[in-house]
Write a protein that binds this ligand. Structure first.
Ligand SMILES: NC(=O)c1ccc[n+]([C@@H]2O[C@H](COP(=O)([O-])OP(=O)(O)OC[C@H]3O[C@@H](n4cnc5c(N)ncnc54)[C@H](OP(=O)(O)O)[C@@H]3O)[C@@H](O)[C@H]2O)c1
Ligand SMILES: [Zn+2]
Length: 338
């Protein structure tokens, strides 16, 4: 399975929003074929692996990181290609959380006399497809909060001002991150003050722009308006929640209904890029998966703080996932310890 995972990783971002999947076929204790899902809409991993073996052979074992598909999507069902006695056993990293599959293939394969085993290196398999698994299992996008602060914790020098905090190497890493996300979310005031581009600057796909706040408060000649953004005002996000009498102070209560709406839009991953009030809402809600904190070599002394509500906030258990230097900036990636 370890080798199948290494195959899967080769699919990189070209397969998104599909999961990265790798397959290995073993016969008489030897690897006879390997394959991986290479690009979105293209053949699945098992198609490449099965294509390379002699269909007269017997008793081979297929190792695959994700349950084979049993439905017709952009390609036909892979379960049709896995036949007995050519393949007598299928070992899977994880079930496919997509309700269209989720265990169906096991029944189909078992019905043909093929034995199955599920859950081998499952944690690692889920890690390489964390957007995909979070989307189906938690029914919300995988949320990454990204921000840049000065060494003394400010996101801007003063209210109403756009401030450069990090250098071009840091910015490039953010553009790459954007290319891997389905959506990018900012608060209404950030759009108004920074007039941001919010694109991947040619480094891949441009994420769909989501703006929290009232569209009417924004001037229609701002850059985002040429990019078909989705707006969610405070009221939009409360419509389906029980708590219609929310106070402005408890804005974070509307993050769950917001994420549910984005889930129904099919968004598997969301990058939250600020500003302070918006990030505070997400931090308070606890509904996020990673924080990418960039720290620039500046000390402002005063300015717009990252955390805008004077509420105590000690309920999150964060652990460092990685630490990267970009010239004079650093990026610390934190994950929630769950
Ligand atoms: N350093 C960085 O990483 C970074 C990144 C982005 C921005 N910035 C800076 O941050 C500053 C702006 O930050 P900010 O805190 O003033 O404002 P902001 O978060 O950009 O926008 C605040 C507005 O967003 C809407 N909003 C926020 N949370 C919401 C929620 N939970 N539900 C519904 N609507 C919500 C509200 O819009 P309505 O008022 O329309 O309801 C609110 O007034 C700017 O100076 C900008 O340059 C820095
Ligand atoms: Zn398939």
């Amino acid at each position: 399975m370890d080798i199948a995972i290494k195959e899967a990783i080769k699919g990189e971002d070209s397969v998104l929003p599909n999961p990265r999947v790798g397959a290995v076929i073993v016969s008489k204790g030897e690897i006879i074929s390997k394959g991986f899902h290479q690009f979105f809409g293209g053949p699945h991993a098992e198609v490449y692996a099965l294509d390379k073996i002699n269909n007269k052979m017997k008793d081979a074992v297929l190792y695959i990181t994700l349950e084979p598909c049993s439905h017709s999507g952009k390609t036909g069902p892979c379960t049709d290609l896995i036949t007995f006695p050519m393949i007598s056993k299928v070992v899977m990293g994880s079930l496919d959380p997509n309700p269209l599959v989720n265990g169906n293939s096991i029944k189909i394969l078992n019905g043909r006399g093929i034995t199955t085993k599920v859950g081998v290196l499952e944690k690692e398999v889920k890690k390489i497809n964390r957007h995909f698994f979070t989307f189906y299992e938690k029914k919300r996008p995988y949320v990454i909060i990204k921000y840049a602060t000065s060494l003394d914790g400010y996101i801007s020098k003063s209210i109403g001002k756009s401030t450069v905090i990090t250098g071009k190497e840091s910015k490039k890493s953010v553009h790459k991150l954007r290319a891997r996300c389905d959506g990018i979310l900012v608060g209404r005031k950030t759009v108004q003050i920074d007039d941001p581009d919010l694109s991947s600057h040619g480094l891949g796909n441009n994420p769909r722009i989501v703006i929290l706040g009232d569209k009417e408060k924004l001037n229609s000649n701002l850059k985002v308006f040429s990019k078909d953004p989705i707006f969610y005002s405070f009221l939009d996000t409360c419509k389906n929640s029980d708590s219609k009498n929310l106070e402005k102070e408890s804005l974070f209560n509307n993050i769950a209904p917001l994420l549910s709406k984005l889930y129904h839009e099919g968004m598997q991953s969301l990058l939250v890029e600020g500003g302070g009030e918006t990030i505070t809402s997400f931090l308070m809600s606890g509904l996020f998966d990673e924080i990418h904190a960039y720290i620039g070599p500046k000390i402002f002394g005063s300015g717009v703080p990252l955390f805008t509500i004077g509420t105590k906030m000690d309920h999150l258990n964060l652990i460092v996932n990685s630490f990267t230097e970009f010239k004079n900036d650093v990026r610390i990636v934190y994950k929630l310890d769950q």
